[in-house]
Unconditional design. Structure first.
Length: 417
């Protein structure tokens, strides 16, 4: 009998580790690390890049005891790194506090998504890692330490691609809980989005534009409004609110999507696009994404339009989001308010490769930084030139993991380029 291959969520990466470990305590975790010459931690496996791959020990922390401790007065929470955002959000809400933002799906782990710079949308909202105020790390020698904001190396310890050690817990900044209503608008003219990008994207707490690149409009605009702020008005753009719920991918039932039509709900039930108890997105896909300085938004959108004939045939949907700048050395939003240009491709790596190359050929010259957790083919030297703190990250890695036991081929390719 053959056993199922071990893969990521999208099944485009087959893991071939020498061994797999699921420690049930910190003592067992330290024992695994003591005997492993190379190791990678797997979160929920939602990355499309080989960021988790290893020929050594693949480590899941899913069986470690974890907790969620909320300090309402300090507006802080300490949560287990392996937990999913969807697991912690209702607990935070129960204490009257909230996260500043969430990704499109709540299914991903806190540590795994923070490690790759995962983000949602919101012109004033940073990536998910921006809420992190401290990281509890077990390093390769089995020792445990907290690295907190203000400590040497903190800004390299959050979006760290798993290269420093196993993240056991994370301290998060929270804010008072809020309600959100979500309305999907249809038919935003491309020219209006380009000319008035900041106005459209700043019209609510979180705004996402969706397009197939097959028409002269963004077919959908997802608007998530904090109910404490005034109603979002996009009528001036020529778009109109949908009176039926929609899935971002054409032709797919909206059943998996969070509630729309302006129905008010708790923040964690509206901010992600997809429900925790459903398969997110199309479920059968590859993804790529590139983050650029927001001042390049119009240029970037027009650039992608020039390769739309290569992109559209292998595309399910494209999403345009905004993310606020941060100070995290490996964050794709390091030092710049960003526009994120995302592609949900069909599930066929060979067919998609020319489209990825075409997109990269027009966006990388504009300074695009690829999403670490999605399909990318950017030459390492070009990625390195987009990250001014790469040398600091290398120094930090060398200090915390001098034998590079947590460095896999993917990390070495980009960090040590
Ligand atoms: C359907 C779908 C929708 C998506 N939507 C978005 C989106 O809206 N925005 C966005 O930015 N991205 C999105 N992504 C990408 C995804 O959020 C990232 O790839 C994210 O990193 C996945 O989190 P994970 O827990 O699965 O991490 P994994 O893919 O398992 O791991 C990612 C990295 O984190 C490290 N890691 C994981 N856990 C630990 C730990 N405890 N300690 C140390 N290192 C650890 C791994 O070694 C690896 O380097 C989406 C992906 C899918 C499949």
């Amino acid at each position: 009998m053959t056993s199922q291959p071990l893969t990521n969520w999208a099944r485009n990466i087959v893991f071939e580790p020498a061994s797999v470990a699921r420690p049930r305590s910190r003592v067992e975790l330290a024992e695994v690390l003591a005997s492993a010459s190379s190791v990678r931690v797997l979160g929920t496996g939602h990355s499309f890049s080989p960021v988790c791959s290893t020929d050594g020990t693949l480590l899941s922390l899913a069986d470690l005891p974890v907790s969620i401790d909320v300090d309402v007065e300090a507006q802080r929470a300490v949560v287990g790194g392996p937990l999913r955002w969807g697991d912690i959000a209702p607990v935070l809400d129960g204490h009257g506090v909230a996260l500043h933002n969430m990704g499109s799906l709540p299914h991903i782990s806190v540590a795994g998504s923070a490690s790759t710079g995962t983000h949602g949308s919101g012109s004033a909202l940073g990536c998910l890692a921006r809420a992190v105020r401290g990281v509890e790390l077990m390093t390769a020698d089995g020792s445990v330490r907290w690295i907190r904001e203000g400590d040497d190396g903190f800004y390299g310890s959050v979006v760290a691609l798993g290269m420093l050690g196993a993240v056991l817990s994370v301290e998060l900044a929270a804010e008072p809980a809020y309600d959100v209503e979500q309305t999907v608008w249809q038919g935003l003219p491309f020219v209006v989005a380009v000319d008035r990008f900041d106005d459209v994207m700043g019209s609510a707490r979180s705004v996402s534009l969706f397009t197939t690149w097959q028409s002269d409009e963004f077919e959908q605009v997802w608007v998530k409004r904090d109910t404490a702020s005034p109603p979002a008005d996009l009528w001036w753009t020529g778009a109109t609110p949908s009176d039926v719920p929609l899935h971002p991918c054409p032709g797919i039932s909206p059943e998996a999507c969070t509630q729309q039509l302006g129905v008010v709900g708790r923040w964690y039930e509206r901010v992600p696009h997809f429900r925790l108890d459903h398969t997110p997105s199309s479920g059968d896909e590859l993804q790529s994404e590139y983050l650029l300085d927001r001042s390049c938004a119009a240029e970037a959108l027009e650039a992608v339009q020039t390769v739309a004939h290569v992109v559209a045939p292998v595309l399910q949907i494209s999403e345009i989001r905004t993310v606020a700048a941060d100070s995290l050395w490996l964050s794709p939003c390091y030092g710049r308010d960003s526009v994120a240009v995302h592609f949900t491709w069909i599930d066929d790596a060979d067919a998609v490769a020319p489209a990825v190359a075409a997109v990269e050929s027009v966006l990388v010259p504009l300074g695009a930084r690829p999403h670490w957790g999605k399909v990318l083919d950017v030459e390492p030297g070009l990625v390195a030139s987009a990250y001014p703190r790469l040398a600091d990250q290398r120094t930090l890695r060398n200090r915390l993991d001098p034998e590079h036991r947590f460095t896999n081929g993917f990390v070495a390719r980009y960090l040590d380029a």
